[in-house]
Design a protein around this ligand. Sequence first.
Ligand code: C2E
Ligand code: CA
Ligand code: CA
Length: 398
Amino acid sequence: MTKNKFSWLHVLLIDDSQSILSFVSSVLEDNYGISNIYQATSATEGIQILRESKHFNLLFIDLNMPNMDGIQLLKKIKDINYNGYIAIMSGVATRIISSVELLANEYQLNYVGTLIKPLHESDFDKIFSKLGKSRTSKDTIESLRNYEIIRAIKNNDLKILYQPQVSLIDRKFIGVEALCRIEHPRLGMVSPDRFIDKAEESELILHITMAVFKKAFSDWSKWKQMGLNIIISINVSPTNLQQPEFADYIFSMIEQNNVPPEMLCIEVTENILAEDRSLELSNISRLNMRGIKIALDDFGKEHATIDRLQKLPINYVKLDKSYFIDHKGSNHQLNLLTTTLALSEKLHISTCAEGIESSEAMALATSIKCDLAQGYFIAKPMHAKEIIPWAHQWDKST
Ligand code: C2E
Ligand code: CA
Ligand code: CA
């Protein structure tokens, strides 16, 4: 098989035997050109790693480990909504293996095969021949390399597009979300799906976030001078919130740029707050106490727990686009949506419907009484200089 064809894979190996871990690592590296390989020597550690990082897309798991067996492990993997590939390694009887395979399918995991111990180098090809036929296209998108990200930051090739958010109550233009891109010399405008996860593996994400804040504030000031006073929403990643000085950094940025705190909204994703993470919580609480708005992003995409709305200092909840794009949602989804809306109202949390692509979706969001909406039907993400003309046009049409 062609080497380097699989360099896009981020592999996690879970096995209690160090010699197996070393053997598999060396095969993956030498024969398949994979450099992103992580090892866990227990199921608990493996789950912990998976919870903390979303970029793994291939798992090798041992069926027999002390403390947690393969069945329990599969259930845990399913529960955290891992959606990459899974390969099993085992020395147990084939009958047990086939029941585990059945279970993997039942859980709708992307099972790609079993390696029988003792492992042989040649057995890996049958696993790798199944990769690339993934269910989600996102898994197969190749990330940019670190040097490409560094080059973009250095050369000022990090661009920001802004997507308008409007009120569903009076149709007023309320704010914009900043969405970053890399202008690549060969690939053109590259979407964040191809570099944010990668950047999060290192300090690079901190540089990206700083660059986004700087540019976004400078654009905000220009709009302000031209008479447009809107809220600017910026996405931050878990790594940012784990920096003890993050809130202070934002405070100094808003002061330097004369941005009133209530005109800034910081979007955080709910999975980062799944566990008790005191640094993250302390940062968002400090930001919120100063008047900066906090939005809980992608709500409902993964395991949505309603009680988090009550526990976190948030002003907005952004309902994931999956609700509105394919709005033939299941009953369970619709229930979650209406419960979320009712609770948000009680807690004075505003709701924003994401992924509004059609007039039907806009009508649905209005009828269930979302406060705000964002999506291609209203406006696509655009360059800073297009915002004022768009605002005039939107005003005229309403
Ligand atoms: P997100 O925060 O959920 O942003 C919304 C995404 O939905 C954007 O994708 C936007 O272009 C897309 N979108 C907007 N309206 C519609 C619609 O009607 N239909 C559909 N199908 N999609 C719509 P984009 O720009 O590719 O960004 C992807 C993700 O990358 C963002 O998801 C966010 O999580 C992350 N991201 C973007 N910029 C930054 C950043 O500066 N920092 C960090 N940490 N993450 C960022
Ligand atoms: Ca967002
Ligand atoms: Ca979102």
